[in-house]
Design a protein around this ligand. Structure first.
Ligand code: SAM
Length: 267
């Protein structure tokens, strides 16, 4: 790939082949250098993979998350600005645009190819959704939004992927207005050790198989289990939210703590 400057940038598939997943997940200073090309590589198949891998449960977890957003944001009238972090192909951004007429939804992701997919999906939506959602390439640890400028933030399968979870939560707190709503959905390290071994074992084997079949590279989906084993428990995430200025309104766990949805309010 050659840019207008004439500088050669290797395609993400090539970059990924040279990187070791464990080394990059263990070192926050180089984690993003692995994560962004990996999501670039899987972007065209991301939606299909997510449905398959979660046996369709992803859709119901996201619907529940949107119900929680609607409920928690009742106090904010009108909701004018929402932000979906690590938007991927834009599932939650589109759902946010449908919740409140006239809302502006920023849909931010670090992977340019994910943002391309989100744009392509939006082009097939109705005009109201298309004009409400603004896809943008960006880093959720250094957001472009102003302080206290956003009413609602959503982040699904987002914080686990960044090198600095605390830094990302701090940014969410910075851009949210007081009383603003945060809803997150993610995989967590189950606290109960025997279940953790089974859960991560399944994700590792299934991920490696699909990665090999679709990309001839087990690393791209085997990453999920590895990233969870480096991440925190749902209870530790709750504590982090409180430390960074949120009141935690509810925590809903699925799969015995392997998945959790947090609803929080900016203090
Ligand atoms: C598992 S996907 C989740 C996509 C979407 N939220 C969903 O629920 O389907 C994780 C996303 O996080 C994005 N990501 C990783 N690091 C990021 C960062 N520092 N800032 C913003 N997005 C990031 C990836 O590019 C990827 O699209």
């Amino acid at each position: 790939m050659t840019h207008s400057t004439g500088e050669y940038t290797p395609p993400p598939e090539q970059v990924l082949r040279t990187l070791d997943v464990e080394t990059h997940l263990s070192d926050p200073s180089i984690k993003q250098a692995f994560v962004t090309p990996m999501f670039d590589v899987i972007a065209p198949r991301y939606d299909r993979f997510t449905r398959l891998f979660s046996f369709g449960m992803d859709g119901s977890w996201k619907r529940e998350a949107m119900d929680a957003v609607r409920e928690a944001a009742r106090r904010i009238r009108p909701v004018q600005r929402a932000l979906d972090l690590a938007t991927g192909t834009g599932d939650l951004a589109v759902a946010l645009a449908r919740l409140w007429p006239g809302v502006q939804v920023d849909a931010l992701d670090a992977s340019p190819r994910m943002i391309d997919q989100a744009r392509a999906r939006l082009a097939r939506r109705d005009p109201d959704v298309m004009t409400a959602v603004h896809p943008m390439v960006g880093d959720m640890m250094a957001l472009p939004q102003d302080n206290a400028s956003v009413d609602v933030v959503t982040a699904s399968y987002a914080v686990r992927n960044v090198p600095d979870a605390r830094g990302a939560i701090r940014e969410m707190a910075r851009v949210l207005r007081p009383d603003g709503v945060l809803v997150t959905l993610d995989f967590y390290r189950p606290a109960f050790a025997p279940w953790r071994v089974l859960f991560l074992g399944y994700l590792q084997i299934a991920g490696d198989m699909v990665g090999y079949l679709w990309h001839r590279d087990p690393v791209v989906y085997g990453y999920i289990a590895r990233s969870i084993s480096h991440f925190m428990t749902a209870a530790e995430f709750t504590a982090l939210l409180v430390e960074e200025g949120f009141e935690v309104v509810s925590v809903q766990q699925h799969l015995f703590g392997g998945i959790a949805r947090h609803v929080a309010r900016r203090r």
